[in-house]
Design a protein around this ligand. Structure first.
Ligand code: R5P
Length: 292
């Protein structure tokens, strides 16, 4: 029996299998039954073996359900092994890392307590929205980046004089990193989001840098698609050529994908932190590296 068990959460089953092959762990599958009231009933298929367990469960929608399943799997793993690492490829709640408006609860603080309480001694995530979220964790934390793998994908496309764009100043460093790997330049737009309504506005004035060039909009995540749509509408007016989107986590809520395409985006490329139509880039290798 392997000294290492990979406990696969339902939200990351395929990814867990890939990971298990790479690190040669004992693969333990979980089966889920959702009761009519929304509760999750989890059954493990297989036995946890070895001293170390890795629980893999992304926290995408339904966020609270997937979170409770992750915590339950960690609790069970801790009963059967001395060390538990939580691999949370997409860290839901990461945007709630500080009190933006008075009275707001910093949910990342709550999550820090929950993961520790369940028995995880370390958490590994991919391209977390901001490292500020981890300030609320007292267990070991590791953020790995999917940017080099996303760049590899884009290197295979024949883009015309490409330019990397961040839809906001907050994503500037990400765009810079992408552009460095991709060997191109980058710019960051100015975006304003109303903290109460969530309404987005691009406040950058005209820019002639994008004219006649293919663009890659780089972001950590797409939720409603609002940020990408507003950026695309602005860039199209500046007479760019094709617009591609590279993001780590494609939540694509409601019909975000359709709306993004309608705004003029040629293609969205994301990773399998959230499995779906756009998740063309596999992150199992970078997670395996972070575990070993
Ligand atoms: C914002 O700071 C993030 O990096 C993303 O740009 C944002 O959360 C995406 O959300 P939406 O798709 O709803 O605009």
């Amino acid at each position: 029996m392997s000294e290492l068990s990979i406990i696969s959460g339902k939200s990351s089953e395929k990814l867990s299998k890939e990971l298990s092959k790479k690190i040669k762990g004992n693969f333990v599958k979980s089966e889920i039954r959702i009761f009519p009231d929304g509760e999750s009933k989890i059954t493990l298929i297989g036995k946890i073996s070895g001293k170390k367990s890795i629980v893999v469960q992304s926290i995408y929608p339904p966020v609270d359900t997937n979170l409770v399943q992750a915590l339950s799997l960690i609790t069970k793993a801790k009963e059967n092994s001395s060390e538990v690492i939580a691999v949370i490829p997409y860290m839901g709640y990461a945007r709630q890392d500080r009190e933006f408006l008075p009275g707001e609860i910093v949910t990342m603080k709550v999550l820090g307590k929950l993961f520790k309480g369940a028995g995880a001694s370390k958490i590994i995530v991919v391209d977390i929205h901001s490292l500020i979220g981890f300030k609320h964790f007292s267990i070991k934390t590791k953020n790995v980046t999917a940017i080099p793998d996303l760049v590899k994908y884009f290197k295979k496309l024949s883009l015309k004089n490409p330019l990397v764009i961040s839809p906001d100043q907050g994503g500037k460093e990400r765009a810079k990193e992408f552009a460095k790997e991709f060997n191109s330049n980058y710019i960051a737009l100015d975006k304003k989001r109303d903290k109460k309504t969530g309404k987005i506005k691009i406040t950058t004035k005209n820019t002639d840098e994008v004219e006649n060039r293919d663009l890659i909009l780089v972001d950590d995540m797409i939720s409603t698609g609002g940020s990408i749509i507003k950026a695309t509408q602005f860039l199209k007016k500046q007479k760019c050529k094709k617009i591609y989107v590279a993001c780590t986590h494609a939540l694509l809520m409601n019909d975000a994908e359709k709306k993004i395409k309608k705004a003029g985006v040629t293609s969205i490329i994301s990773t399998n932190t959230i499995p779906g139509k756009t998740s063309k880039v596999d992150i199992s290798k970078i997670i395996a590296k972070a575990i070993m």
